[in-house]
Write a protein that binds this ligand. Sequence first.
Ligand SMILES: Nc1nc2c(ncn2[C@@H]2O[C@H](COP(=O)(O)OP(=O)(O)OP(=O)(O)O)[C@@H](O)[C@H]2O)c(=O)[nH]1
Ligand SMILES: [Mg+2]
Length: 464
Amino acid sequence: MSRAYTEDTIAAISTPLGEGGIGIVRLSGPQAIAIVDGLFRSPKGIRLRDAPSHTIHYGFIEAGGERVDEVLVAVMRAPRTYTREDVVEIDCHGGIVPLRRVLELVLAKGARPAGPGEFTKRAFLNGRISIDQAEAVLEIVRAKTELGLECAMQRLEGRFSRPIKELRERLLDLLAGIEVGLDFPDYEEEALPRERLLGELEAALAQVEYFLEHGRDGRIIREGLAVALIGRPNVGKSTLLNALLQEERAIVTPFPGTTRDRLEEWVELEGIPFKLIDTAGVREVHDAVERLGVELALKAAEGADLVLFLLDLSEPLTAEDRLIAKRLQGKRTILVLNKADLEKSFSPQEAVVALGIEPEGVLEISAKLGTGLEELKGRLVGLVWEGRLERPEGLFLLNIREKELLQRAKGALKATLADARAGATPDLLATGLEEALAILGELTGENLTEEVIDRIFANFCVGK
Ligand SMILES: Nc1nc2c(ncn2[C@@H]2O[C@H](COP(=O)(O)OP(=O)(O)OP(=O)(O)O)[C@@H](O)[C@H]2O)c(=O)[nH]1
Ligand SMILES: [Mg+2]
């Protein structure tokens, strides 16, 4: 599979553009060293083609006798490189214009512009990393939070692919055992005792289920938990948003109907990203624009993972509060009683009874003074972990593709186990196991089709 990819040499600017334009032009492929050698002049007369692997050289990129940029060039020879091919990195210092010019020059000398993620794709195709490690590279590039980054790093280290590979090995052994039984029916009992077959299948199923279970929070860690702030006008939604963000992000006024549009902001609590959504106050309205805002607010509530339903403690409950309570039926909700710094008009119990809701929790806060906020934050974090006091290191970030494959692997293993229990023929068991193996092979990248590979790498940016 790797041969086609080692024929040409690719090049790209590997650092984000902008900010002074200092950056790296990276090349990978059999011509990488020769191409750069043709453009590089060292004051000491060093030729890159003679340079030992993993050395850095100071000099200039020149074209037509003219200096284009002052550079440091790193020479890394296959196979101990990112792509397992010859890799050259030109560290440019002159800014964006010379950086572009250097790239043009290496392209003119025969390199081809790299596609998105093509360096990482080569690392994968040349067997240096597994597909989930490649995806981890992508995740690291995009990681929004510390925890997301940590999980991505763990994947890069093979935390997920290694146990799947081991599982595959064990199933391959099992299949071999079954096939011995197929080829030599007389030895079947010796080759693979029934208890071992059942035990192995059960263990494999349990492991796949473990991955599904512990990968469940992957989306939350990567994308954040969406929390909508809902309430009638003037209860203090925007004030609470600002207090949680610790900045004046949303406009707050004493007048009802201040927020017209939904506003999204990210806040990180104990490493978990929360997407806070401030919304327009919900009330009976006649103005078309405002009605739109109200509908948007209720839509935000529907789409959110959790709703903070705000009430104003300083005023009696209103028809609007009841209307909102009705619309929030069945939604995971924390009831937030705001303005606790003022004289209270009702108790938490009274509110719950009057509104007829079953919230995950009821908290009294003062968004204005900041009291009760720590408890609210603790509640948010606690809900994410849902009492399964699993440490973050125990989690796997699963993307949709992996989840789907795990589900399918689970189905195949379950069916095979049921067959085995029912005393199915070795033939049938072998077919079931082969199916599970093929699915697991897709997970580790051993069985990926060209199309899937291209789709995965298309998500990368050029230069990675
Ligand atoms: N005393 C007191 N006043 C508060 C508190 N929180 C908010 N307020 C005040 O209540 C008023 C409305 O606050 P906002 O945050 O704009 O309320 P909102 O729910 O976003 O209102 P809309 O955007 O109109 O729906 C402002 O005058 C705030 O200063 C609080 O905890 N205590
Ligand atoms: Mg507001």
